[in-house]
Design a protein around this ligand. Structure first.
Ligand SMILES: C[S@@+](CC[C@H](N)C(=O)[O-])C[C@H]1O[C@@H](n2cnc3c(N)ncnc32)[C@H](O)[C@@H]1O
Length: 275
């Protein structure tokens, strides 16, 4: 059954791009992530997907799938070590990590996004006793009080922090690490030149449409500890460095070359920190 017509603008529209790219990856013979939920959602949502079917967008399908796969792997490891845990996925969009992964019975999972995104999500997926969706801006404080703080907590922020201003990132992190006694934060960050480029493009594209720029970049990994002294940096992975998993030969070669150039290697990284 098709769901309502979707016509998001602003930052909400970015989750249609990541959804579309995961669907494309899943239709490959040898997908990186193989998220069939994404392909099913694209088939059900009434949206003009041809708008996104452009080489400048679709060539990112494996990069986005590699990012999601890295999140999946670190999430699975956390849940293996902490089968009684709370997972908080900020800016979930239409991501289906909660259904892709084996969730131990003791895990409570919360997916959070802005209200119109969660309204769409509710048309596609249902809540259960241990899976809930919360409609809120992560920059508001009230929603956090709904989340129990009695278990080790994994906080996922995929494709979020770059859209916030740095003071918002610092405040959000302090709220989270102040609320939960212990856990991990997994997030992705772009290099400063990437953020600058999107800000310049925003000025240019703004005449035609609401292009959301990136505001917060991640320079060196230890910077996270300056955002929030309760965070302890543990690990990071450069997405282009995962080129061996890219099934398309030309793109794999592009990623391999990129992984040798420090400025391009740090284009997009996934970070893991403890608190
Ligand atoms: C690039 S999409 C990523 C979605 C999803 N994590 C994925 O990888 O497919 C960015 C998401 O951030 C959400 N977002 C942006 N600002 C937000 C905020 N202040 N509070 C909650 N969600 C926000 C948008 O609505 C959108 O769903």
């Amino acid at each position: 059954m098709a769901v309502q017509k979707v016509d998001f603008t602003g930052v909400q529209s970015t989750m249609l791009v990541t959804l579309f790219l995961r669907a494309l990856d899943s239709r490959e013979t040898h997908p990186v992530l193989g998220d069939h939920f994404a392909a099913e959602a694209v088939d059900r949502i009434d949206y003009d997907w041809a708008r996104l079917d452009k080489p400048t967008i679709t060539r990112n399908r494996f990069g986005l799938a590699l990012r999601a796969k890295q999140f999946d792997e670190w999430t699975a490891q956390f849940l293996h070590r902490n089968p009684e845990a709370t997972v908080l996925q900020l800016a979930c969009g239409l991501d289906t990590r909660a259904f892709r992964l084996d969730r131990p019975v003791g895990v409570r999972w919360f997916d959070i996004d802005l209200s119109d995104v969660v309204a769409l999500r509710r048309e596609l997926y249902s809540e259960t006793e241990d899976y809930r969706m919360i409609a809120a801006s992560v920059t508001d404080e009230a929603w956090l009080t709904e989340i129990p703080e009695d278990k080790p907590t994994l906080i996922l922020a995929e494709g979020l922090l770059m859209y916030l201003r740095e003071p918002e990132v610092r405040r959000l992190s302090a709220q989270l690490t102040g609320h939960f006694p212990s856990g991990e934060l997994i997030f992705d960050g772009v290099a400063p030149w990437v953020a600058t480029m999107t800000q310049l493009l925003k000025k240019y594209f703004h005449r035609w449409y609401d292009y959301p720029a990136y505001w917060t970049a991640t320079r060196e990994a230890e910077e996270i500890e300056r955002w929030d002294p309760r965070l302890r940096y543990r690990d990071h992975v450069c997405v282009v460095g995962l080129y061996e998993q890219v099934p398309d030969l030309a793109l794999r070669r592009f990623y391999r070359i990129g992984s040798r150039l420090p400025w391009l290697r740090n284009y997009l990284r996934v970070f893991r920190a403890e608190f």
